[in-house]
Write a new protein. Structure first.
Length: 224
């Protein structure tokens, strides 16, 4: 085996070991934005303020690797009482949901659900789908308490396996129209899990060993 091949093999082994050590037992769900942000890094946030009112979001990549869809007729930018958000209409069917599709290996994602109406909403359901096909975290019942634009519900997930889809299925509007609650999505955030201390130490130690090997190789001249 040549020294060049050995260096590539060593680098691959170090990266594989780091990835194996970082493997978590299960996803972690967050209901608090501050806690989610503290557990993640590299945040990319979409608050929709840069879009014109009425802009269609169907098929639009709102963040790298993130697109939105709905079973309703339209999904567009809506100017709420406080800020802009992604809102689906029209609400004349039996049910309504938002689908968030994630591509490119996203392991941490969060979002706000705004504006329940009336004050006594029915239960909603939250589902997460993973790259390995795991469906354990699907149709989680959510019993919201009068979320508003100023005080939204936050949902976040940090997972060892890439998340490929999230569905927010609105509950029935108690005493209201036949369809469902009027909720919107806002403040989407793509992030990365903060590396575990042991994993980072292993990776940095391995990288240091590889750098030292390369220095020794340089001191003895190129391989023949």
């Amino acid at each position: 085996m040549s020294k060049h091949t050995l260096s590539l093999t060593l680098a691959a082994a170090l990266l594989t070991a780091a990835a194996t050590t970082a493997h978590a037992a299960s996803p972690t769900l967050y209901g608090n934005r501050a806690a989610f942000m503290a557990a993640t890094t590299g945040h990319q946030v979409q608050d929709f303020e840069g879009f014109a009112d009425g802009t269609s979001l169907l098929g639009v990549e709102v963040l790298p690797g993130v697109t939105l869809s709905t079973n309703l007729d339209r999904l567009e930018i809506f100017q709420g009482s406080g800020d802009k958000e992604a809102f689906a209409t029209s609400r004349d069917g039996a049910e309504a949901w938002y689908d968030i599709t994630l591509t490119g290996g996203i392991h941490a994602f969060g979002f706000d659900v705004d504006a329940f109406d009336p004050a006594t909403p029915g239960p909603a359901f939250l589902s997460f789908l993973f790259a390995d096909g795991d469906t354990t975290y699907t149709e989680i019942p959510i019993l919201p308490v009068n979320a508003t634009e100023q005080d939204p519900l936050f949902f976040g997930i940090v997972s060892d396996v890439a998340v490929v889809g999230i569905r927010w299925a609105e509950g029935p509007e108690i005493g209201g129209i036949a369809c469902c609650e009027e909720t919107a999505l806002d403040n989407l955030v793509v992030a990365a899990p903060v590396p575990e201390p042991g994993t980072m130490a292993l990776f940095l130690g391995g990288a240091g060993a590889l750098a030292a090997w390369r220095r020794r190789r340089g001191a003895h001249g190129p391989a023949r």
